[in-house]
Design a protein around this ligand. Sequence first.
Ligand SMILES: Nc1nc2c(ncn2[C@@H]2O[C@H](COP(=O)(O)OP(=O)(O)OP(=O)(O)O)[C@@H](O)[C@H]2O)c(=O)[nH]1
Ligand SMILES: [Mg+2]
Length: 608
Amino acid sequence: MAGRLDAAPLTLGTAGHIDHGKTALIEALTGRNTDRLAEERRRGISIELGFAQLPLPDGRSLSVVDVPGHERFVRSMVAGATGIDLFLMAVAADDGVMPQTREHWAVLRALGVEEGVTALTKCDLVDAESRRRGAAEARQLIPGIPLVEVSAPTRQGLCALLETLAQVAARVASRRRQRPAWPYPQARLHVDRVFSLHGIGTVVTGTLWSGEIGRGDRVEILPVGKVARVRSVQVHDRPKESAEAGQRVALSLAGVGRRAIERGAVIASQDSGLRPTYRLDVELRLEPWAGEIAGKRVHVHHGTRATPARVVVLDETGELAQLRLEAPLIGRAGDRFVLRSIAKPDTLGGGAVLDPRPRRHGPGPATQRLKLIRDGEAEALLEAALRQSEDGLPENPRAWTSSELLAPALHRFPLDRWRAAEAALLASGRAVTAGDRLLAPAAREAGPRGPSLEERRRHALSARAQRALQILDEDGARPRDPRALADSLGLERREALVLLEELVEASRLVRLKPTVYYPRGHLDRLREEVLELIRERASISIAELRDELGTSRKYAQALLEHLDSTKETVRRGDRHVLRRHRPEAVPGGGTLGAGRQGSGGPAGLQSQ
Ligand SMILES: Nc1nc2c(ncn2[C@@H]2O[C@H](COP(=O)(O)OP(=O)(O)OP(=O)(O)O)[C@@H](O)[C@H]2O)c(=O)[nH]1
Ligand SMILES: [Mg+2]
């Protein structure tokens, strides 16, 4: 029994207005006062997130995140609430529902955390009538959730509260087991605290959203793109060999200084494919008071990060939007986020990410594709993606796996759904197979069946070269330099350079500079994106492009110089503009949105 319970680590987050007794209740339940800072103790309010462990009567143990209730610290509250599975909403019996009771509830709903318990606190201070009123207000705001009357100093109701939490936790855990497996097994942790400990070094903490992190693993710190080694792992102050998804984790990291990481950073396994993004295509769920949001500047909170962004509404109902972010976020399709207004701080609602790395676009065909993603239309999405992939023909015959075609929407489709969709397309002749891959029928007719012998020879890459290509492909818009690639492959730099040149020779990579080699698919997409940006705003500087692409100056400069050299753009002072007579666009750019997640380069050519 205990083993099964342990199989689903759950995190409980507190919520509620300032002074409504969240911290006192957690202390009464766990024996741990989570207000650690001197300032918190002096002022009697929570400022930072607090952490504790709560054993339940059925043997399960919950990680607890205690959040501050002050209206100025809602940002911390969101960061704390972001990895939780169930909530404990405190409503003081002598005060009833107050502004941050409402706001925290809006945050929880935006994050999709709708299971929990309401604790009517401070019941020792009021008479039965006030308790009844307080409970009625709480039930009206958060209907259908168990409510328990408690008092921290007298310990009234604490046993009942523990029992109720155990029931809710069991329900959440069983629902999680029934959910289709999360299709992204790689480790991802959104950092909520960073500190350095004497003799240990840099320590980060957070909830592990997915995957596993173990001692000795090499991890990437995003958005800065630094690599570090995990020196030790702790789960609830106990050393472990590794930590698993859902657990609250502390990692000590070697090879990276305290200053290189801040709250909001993401620690990810090196093969995560996660990249910082300056745009998110999303599905919105707004509160009734949100008002008109099109064109507005808002705060987007995702994981433990937040950034201002502009909202570009994509459809008539206002449910689909592109968020143009002022600072990068690191997200996956399916992630939840919270939107808050900037002028008058309030939570407007939130939603879910549909495509974490979209092109810059407005309403139009790209919106159609988003609707298919949102509605989980695996078959239509596969077909549309295949049809688009025909654009690359015949120079670049492309074959795809369904998971590549569905990439941004993969979380919406349990394995059997997209297998069924694949089967339906094949049965009706709307797709044909090429090895274990799918091809649009037109691709077959238009070109030879798969690559020619000469092409095959060209593409018969060594295993090492394939691995190099895969690594660079996963790096996306910021391919690592030859030295880092050599490190990743355990080679000398000189050997890595030979491999890179081999890949350039095979047309799989393009050398922009001696330190910048791009997979062709990524370069084609970036090229389109850059040209579109210049078309939109007439000219662009290196710094602007860096910000738009969420990349560094090195890559922005290399891209613009490349486009200058291919005579598509020309430099005027520190800006780059389009040449008037551009050569025709090069086909085969991999316009397929589904390829954005890093399948661009090699995906099309693996039919050997
Ligand atoms: N009498 C009584 N006092 C309580 C109870 N719970 C909390 N308090 C008191 O109320 C004050 C605020 O309690 P906290 O637990 O710090 O409230 P909080 O919700 O954590 O506040 P923030 O974190 O700042 O939002 C403290 O002085 C507590 O001692 C209760 O059940 N009964
Ligand atoms: Mg508190």
